[in-house]
Design a protein around this ligand. Sequence first.
Ligand SMILES: [Zn+2]
Length: 533
Amino acid sequence: MRSALAGIVVAALVAGCTSDRSDVAVVSVASVSPTSTSPSVGGGTTAPEPSSAGTTSPDTEEPATNPTDASGPDTSGPDTTVADSTQLGTTAPNTGDGHSGVGDRLYPDLGNPGLDVAHYAVDVTYQPKSRDLQGHVELSITATADLSDFTLDELDLDVAAVTVNGKKAAFTATDPELHITPSKPIAKGDDFTVAVTYSTTPVTGRSPATDAGWFPTDTGAYTVDEPDGTRMWMPSNDHPTDKATFDVTMHVPKGLTAVANGTMTVHTSGADGETWSWKQDQPMATYLTQVIIGPYAIVDTTGPHGLPLSSVVLTQDKKLMQPFIDDIGPEITYFEQFFGPFPFDNYGIAMADSEPGLAMEEQGRSLFSREDFVSGQLGGEESLLLSHELAHQWFGDAVSPAQWQDIWLNESFATYGQWMWLDHLGELDIADEAQRNLDNRHDGGPPTGKPGIADLFSYDVYDGGAVVLQALRDTVGDTTFFGILQHWAQDNRFEARTSADFIELASKLSGKDLTKFFDDWLYASNLPDSFPN
Ligand SMILES: [Zn+2]
């Protein structure tokens, strides 16, 4: 996710940047010893080398903060890192008996440790005029505990019927949980199906960290589900630790297009409207689910090494948005040198008919607001947004945070990728940018690695957090640094991991105990004044 405000700051930075491009250094990531049977990480790469000067920062603006982060970056100390469980419910994290909560510190109600969902088959009928959503979802699940009853996550859904293995089940829907009691208990290890029929008139504004869920527009809708919006339009095991494949079918009024993640499998058009089906057959966290409905065109092109690209633009925007579609290939080629092969079977961009300030790394197709690209010109702000969300496909989508408090694994990394791309374009100097943001960090702010719920999308997690990666790069060197990033994305593809897992990998590949380094940079409220080298 990326706020438009951050883009504006960078645009100002780009306008004022007069420094020369930094030199490039050639590093060989392949020289890093692999630690597992992961796919090859490729050969030589060209890395943007940080300038050692770092003294000509042209910009002294205040750091960007997400507009939804009302507290600002310096009003919350480390004491705010305990979740307020009264915000969305009081169910405590549990120990795996089939009740709610996988134990997320910031979102204790999300997920269910007794369920391993393999697949969601979703069927949604949506009427933009009335905003009426009728839904049916069938979940294919493996029980990871004995279950006499269990819960799914839901918020504001009117549940009409539930079946388990095709048999009617008792249920109560009490926000934020749908409690289900099957007619027969389910044993640990059993595979079973749950089908839920429901309806809702989607509303947003229920998430404590940011606005999330199903956003109606005049002609359709789109979803932005991070971190907990999916449960507002679909009963689900709504936590990134439980990834699954998806089939999504949508029925919409005649003339409208409906898009979800992955590849289109069915489109039929009749007197009563249009039906669109999409298949996402690579495991995906629920928060990366995409729905876009409206008068859109689907633009299919081909990316590097034959990668299918499928982008979505308003029908009248096809020409206007083509420069951004054309930019996808070069960006992927650039990032693959540093991050490893693109992690999914397809990619694209979707330019939604929305208010500006929308940017979300939905799996396999990043979502933006057309308003942020309406110039049709590929400038610094547009490049920032496009590269940030693309970098997330490796960092956030392929490997997701196992706790929402680990969100720096998404946002600091995507911000660092965005810096790399802008450095590559000559629009900033990555060392200057890192130093400027280190200087902008406020002592006493939330540690990058331990934000409170109000700081989940704050400056210290984005640009203020990317300085942690610059410091790591300075500490371990370019070759090891990019080796760590590649192994992180590839070895953990389709999984969710913790910050502790990242620290362990970084220590292993660098041959150094980096515990103190991460204590000083990731978990500290007051960072060192200067980078290690
Ligand atoms: Zn982001």
